[in-house]
Design a protein around this ligand. Structure first.
Ligand code: GDP
Ligand code: IMO
Ligand code: MG
Length: 423
């Protein structure tokens, strides 16, 4: 197999975890290059359900290497919890299996408080973040006041840096009438977790390059989705990293020419969790999924807003990621629907947009232009090949591919590893 980036093309939760798990069988290494434990990747394998936040989905496979790259913001306490819960499910997480970049920035308790404080201050304009401290940690990185894992190899260095950072952080927290922190409090909170993680911490770049030169197959597991990308998403209702393909290279330390394929993962419809525009939102469709126990966030448990397939946003996502292969997931979610709508453009004050606008006001005014297709009204979950899919399902997928400008290589027709059709 080729070195492949797997990235989300919508607002996250497209089924990246399941897709990586599926592709992992023929890969050697999987690396995460951005995001933090705001992500929640669900994998159902060997009859068990696993939810991964920071650890790449390859951890479920023995003999594969999993890398948390420099571009990830890493909450040490959250990561140790995740390791413990995987171990309780019988998955081993050894320093040989999980490598963490010494350049990864560390999410500290004040980042989470600052995240919550900013959201409260925004009131009804809040982003609806996961409150995992993601934005403040990336802001510290850009402001050059962050702490990287390497800074914790010697506690005196970490202490000095936290001392400096807390002066300003505490000022802000006091302004919001929130509890402030002492350096000792911060260190006491993270010390046991950091100690547990240090055996995994290393310079991952030579390892990745050696694997690349030896012809090993590397997967890059994206987090979040293209419309949550800080540059290409529905700004400011985005996350704080580059979730699109380029983020994999800057976030792992491998160059663009090490990547041969980009698998763009999208649902057969659209979902979003958190605030921000979503032109194809449909209350009836949201209720339909929620009534079936589907579309609740894997990290926060919040119900996701659901809507019709939006090819306007997918068109942009296919372009900026350079998608070579589409993985369309949860086709089975539409099995019972009589008629399906596909959004082909946005009508903004009488002008039809083929691509998402940059302007916030335009997003708010965008009225989807729909075409309708007949549903297939039958169970697709047992299909194991393209030929076994109902004609109307094939027609729907073919139209999706035409409208977004990329070929479909995988179709998901159920949450299980085996419920994946290769096209
Ligand atoms: P991720 O964040 O992109 O990895 O996606 P999440 O795990 O947050 O959300 C995707 C959800 O859809 C999970 O509950 C998956 O188990 C489920 N899922 C993935 N692919 C399929 C599929 O083809 N059919 C069905 N029914 N569920 C799927
Ligand atoms: P995965 O990897 C869906 C959303 C939040 C919020 C916005 C900013 O599972 O697809 P943040 O905490 O990142 O500052 O929140 O981004 N968000 C996600 N939505 N899936 C995710 O990850 C998300 N990670 C962040 O809901 O709207
Ligand atoms: Mg998710």
């Amino acid at each position: 197999m080729s070195n492949t980036i797997i990235c989300g093309l919508q607002w996250g939760d497209e089924g990246k975890g399941k897709t990586v798990d599926y592709l992992m069988e023929t890969a050697d290494i999987v690396a995460r290059g951005q995001g933090g434990n705001n992500a929640g990747h669900t994998v159902i394998a060997n009859g068990q359900k696993y939810i991964l936040h920071l650890i790449p989905s390859g951890i479920l496979w023995d003999g594969k290497i999993n890398v948390i790259g420099n571009g990830v913001v890493m909450d040490p306490v959250g990561l140790v919890k995740e390791i413990t819960s995987l171990e309780e499910q019988g998955v081993s997480v050894t320093p040989k299996k999980l490598l963490i970049s010494d350049r990864a920035h560390v999410v500290l308790p004040y980042h989470c408080e600052l995240d919550a404080a900013r959201e409260a201050a925004l009131g009804e304009n809040k982003i609806g973040t996961t409150k995992r401290g993601i934005g403040p940690t990336y802001a510290d990185k850009a402001n050059r006041i962050g702490l990287r894992l390497a800074d914790f190899q010697d506690e005196a260095t970490a202490r000095k840096l936290i001392d400096i950072r807390l002066e300003e952080a505490n000022e802000l927290l006091s302004r919001y009438n929130l509890p402030t922190f002492t350096t000792d409090q911060v260190l006491d909170t993270v010390r046991p977790a950091i100690a547990r993680l240090l055996p995994h911490v290393t310079n991952v770049i030579p390892t990745l390059h050696k694997a690349w030169k030896e012809g090993k197959t590397i997967l890059f597991e994206g987090a979040q989705g293209s419309l949550l990308d800080i540059d290409f998403g529905t700004y400011p209702f985005v996350t704080s990293s580059n979730t699109t393909a380029g983020g994999a290279c800057t976030g792992c330390g491998l160059p663009p020419h090490a990547v041969e394929k980009v698998v763009g993962v999208c649902k057969a419809y659209t979902t979003r969790v958190g605030a921000g525009p979503m032109p194809t939102l449909d209350d009836e469709l949201s209720e339909f999924f929620h009534a079936r126990g589907m579309e609740f966030g894997a990290t926060t448990g919040r119900p996701r807003s659901c809507g019709w397939l939006d090819t306007v946003l997918l068109r942009l996502a296919v372009m900026v990621n350079g998608v070579t292969d589409l993985a369309v997931t949860i086709l089975d979610g539409l099995d019972e629907r009589k008629t399906l709508k596909i959004c082909t453009g946005y009508d903004v004050d009488g002008t039809i947009h083929e691509f998402p606008p940059a302007c916030r006001a335009d997003w708010d005014k965008a009225v989807p232009v729909y075409e309708e297709m007949p549903g297939w009204e039958s169970d697709t979950t047992k299909a194991r090949s393209w030929d076994e899919l109902p004609e109307n399902a094939k027609a729907y997928l073919t139209r999706l591919s035409e409208l977004v400008g990329a070929p479909i290589s995988y179709v998901g027709n159920g949450p299980e590893r085996e419920q994946t059709i290769i096209v």
